[in-house]
Design a protein around this ligand. Sequence first.
Ligand code: 13P
Length: 287
Amino acid sequence: MIVNMSEMLKKAFEGKYAVGQFNINNLEWTKAVLLTAEEQKSPVILGVSEGAAKYMGGVNTVAAMVRAMDKDLGITVPVALHLDHGSYQGCLDCVEAGFSSIMFDGSHFELDENIQKTTELVNLARERGLSIEAEVGSIGGEEDGVVGTGEIADPAACKQIADLGVDALAAGIGNIHGVYPDNWQGLAFDALEAISKAISGIPLVLHGGTGIPEDMIKKAISLGMAKINVNTECQLSFAAATREYIEAGKDKTGKGFDPRSLLAPGFNAIKETVKEKMILFGSVGKA
Ligand code: 13P
């Protein structure tokens, strides 16, 4: 059931668990995440970056595929179709295409401009029944060729953006996209506490969910993180399972080259990763 993420995040925030955002890249990814959410009776957010949308043909293709697949598979759990790290124009395009949720990433603008653009998009999202996530303090690492430096967000700036009426706020606390380097300092929990206090009551979003140790995830949830984004980890699981299949020569056995066989191990590996995360985040049975 495609819905926006307002209700699911409110419930998660109050119930002290987090809803996973799993980024999708193609049909197999989408199906793996939807089926796992249904099996685990968990709410879920399908994240789509502008780069991934372009890869799949465009935002209209993505919206049509996700909505049709949700229907054909008879998915009953709440599913949000969410633009990840959207530009201003990207947000407008996704509203028109039929997404149920958008993220406007204005973290690279001066605060005044971030506030102005976020305000406009909050109004549009409200008018059209979508939920909206905003960002303060850029998240480090590389995503779609955009490299952020991993800032620690300023609590006062977080409050200014949160007060615009966003459904969720992504605030940098030393988290980065992709695999964490060996010398990573971990999440800045002092900063997280200060931000949580400043914005009281708005669900926070932890980007860069791949590779964060379990104890840090649990502590972050206890301090107000109600949405956790995972992308790279599903890609690594998919790649490892596909490599194993090919290295075992299975694509050369019988009709092992058929995409329905060739992509099956990767598909199952994504399902397993998504299930593990749902258990860790505490969202199982919360649909
Ligand atoms: P990872 O790729 O590090 O899991 O981060 C995903 C993310 O934050 C998407 O916005």
